[in-house]
Ligand binder design. Structure first.
Ligand code: GLC
Ligand code: CA
Length: 550
């Protein structure tokens, strides 16, 4: 059972992200679901994670993998029922695992009843005021109201046909046109989300991961922004982009925090905001959200100086507001880190890869991924893992283009392949149907599972010494036992360049990010290594990390 009196669990927690469509399928339709998750929670428990975060499972047309929510207070029939959700929470809590769910407050699905009502209502009506409807520019209103671009390519505005059949107003969508943005200036939107928070809190959830939380409030008048809108956002010419990180977001978070704090136990808010560390830190001030993803860390190249600088900057920015730092290397939006590190230099995180693109070096990628993970899990604070990284799964870079579902693929006129390659279902064993994910064949699951996933399955790695799964379990076990999550980073100078080296408690962490090897003293007590050969050779080869205990 979880300990409801523990109000600091999240400061050091390892939180395992589950993408419900791709975790486990219980009813053989090729789509993962809630009962499937419940049946596999022992995997998460034996890994040693403290909590799971579930990506959206709410009713949705699935135009953006469920981040287009049509009803915030129910379960999509593909994923099960509210009873299934209750069963999932009960099972998780009985295993000592907390449950964080996704809150998607910036936008809804165009199928949401409120948006459908807005389409039927007149310009200027209260129904339309829940969204950002505007008249178009140009003589006949045929041009979008401003120059904003959506995150998935193209204009952030779509023109509607009015009930009389004539082209009419435009509505704002920072993402797909099927994802209209809510107007957070309208108190009815605020009230409705508070109802949603209470709905899930009453059902026992331990927190919310808050999707694109920095976009809720837009600058008054929706001024033009003739600069890029994508990626980590920084002020340009003294102005923040009018759609990101506006001051008004903070009072919303404070109101939410008051609601969470009124519940028993310690329930948390985790911010998804692609902002620089010092801006992200403002969201985790003591009366706002509890934690925020540290995307600056995720975006780091395999470069010792850059890694060291990002760790220092992240710790400093969070310490200044008294919040724990978080660390993350993979999620459902970016190329899996076992593939990302298989390229030299920058890769476009969300662009995806197809068969005709340069392919990552899989061996190098996995080797560096394990080293990067060992480094991350020795850092104080909270860490987020993405399902399948504990198996060393690579990005699927050869998905047939006909199976792609990420809206960016079509919106970019098939130029940007998008994020499907990191969302392929998990392999649980190497024999049955779709490798234990479902009983249908591996080419019949919602995204096909490649044959090279089979030898990486859970069953193939469990209890296999030095498998990636075994390595993750050891790392989490030691991290917990030595309380590294609650520790402190003390930098140590490694004599060679290209090494990242620090102490946390009585552990010295050395990551070799250089091209040359370094020998360890004979007496060094290695408690974790990302490369099993070191235990005998006592050499820190390139692209590996060791933990040494005093
Ligand atoms: C977040 C989600 C991503 C989604 C987008 C729009 O970035 O993580 O998957 O497409 O928001 O909701
Ligand atoms: Ca299913």
């Amino acid at each position: 059972m979880i300990d409801l009196t523990d109000d600091t669990w999240w400061r050091t927690a390892v939180i395992y992200q589950i993408y419900p469509r791709s975790f486990a399928d219980s009813n053989d339709d090729g789509i993962g679901d809630l009962p499937g998750i419940t049946s596999r929670l022992d995997h998460v428990a034996s890994l040693g994670a403290d909590a799971i975060w579930l990506s959206p499972f709410y009713p949705s047309p699935q135009r953006d993998g469920g981040y287009d929510v049509a009803d915030y207070r129910d379960v999509d029939p593909h994923f099960g029922t509210l009873d299934d959700f209750d069963a999932l929470i009960r099972r998780a809590h009985s295993l000592g695992i907390r449950v964080v769910v996704d809150l998607v407050p910036n936008h809804t699905s165009s199928q949401h009843v409120a948006f459908q009502a807005a389409l039927r209502a007149a310009p200027g009506s209260p129904e339309r005021a829940l969204f950002h409807f505007r008249d178009g520019l140009g003589e006949v209103g045929h041009l979008p109201p401003n120059d904003w671009e959506c995150m998935f390519e193209g204009s952030a505005w779509t023109r509607v046909f009015e009930p009389d059949g004539q082209p009419g107003q435009w509505y704002l969508h920072l993402f797909d046109e099927s994802q209209p943005d809510w107007n957070w200036d309208d108190p009815r939107v605020r009230d409705d989300f508070e109802t949603t928070l209470r709905f899930w809190l009453d059902r026992g959830v331990d927190g919310f991961r808050v999707d694109v939380c920095d976009a809720l409030v837009k600058a008054p008048g929706l001024p033009d922004w003739p600069h890029p809108t994508h990626g980590v956002v920084e002020p340009i010419e003294g102005r923040m982009p009018p759609m990101w990180d506006q001051e008004g977001i903070h009072e919303i978070f404070r109101a939410w925090r008051r609601i969470l704090d009124s519940y028993e136990g310690s329930r948390i808010l985790c911010a998804e905001a692609w902002l620089p560390p010092e801006r992200t830190a403002r969201i985790v001030r003591p009366d706002e959200m509890n934690q925020a993803f540290n995307f600056a860390y995720l975006e780091q190249l395999w470069d010792a100086e850059a890694i060291g600088a990002t760790i220092t900057a992240s710790l400093a920015a969070n310490e200044a507001v008294g919040a724990p730092t978080t660390w993350v290397l993979s999620n459902h939006d970016v190329m899996r880190h076992a593939s990302r590190f298989g390229y030299e230099g920058l890769v476009a995180l969300e662009h995806g890869v197809g068969s005709d693109d340069p392919q990552p070096n899989r061996e190098l990628g996995l080797r560096r991924a394990r080293a990067a993970t060992a480094l991350m899990l020795a850092l104080p604070g909270s860490a987020y893992l993405y399902q399948g990284e504990e198996l060393g799964l690579p990005e699927v870079t050869d998905l047939p283009d006909s199976t792609r579902q990420d809206p960016i693929w079509e919106r970019s006129k098939r130029r940007i392949r998008g994020r499907d390659g990191c969302r392929v279902p998990l392999p649980w064993d190497h024999t049955t149907g779709s490798y234990g994910f479902s009983s249908v064949d591996a080419d019949k699951t919602w995204l096909p599972i490649p044959v090279y996933y089979a030898p990486l399955s859970v069953a193939s790695q469990v209890d296999v010494p030095h498998s990636t799964l075994d390595f993750y379990r050891s790392a989490l076990e030691i991290r917990r036992r030595l309380q590294l999550g609650g520790g402190k980073v003390v930098w140590t100078n490694h004599p060679k360049t290209g090494f990242v080296s620090f102490r946390n408690g009585n552990i010295t962490v050395i990551a070799n990010v250089s091209g040359t090897s370094s020998a360890l003293p004979e007496e060094a007590k290695i408690v974790l290594t990302s490369d099993p050969s070191t235990a005998n050779t006592r050499i820190i080869h390139p692209n590996m990390t060791v933990w040494i205990q005093d």
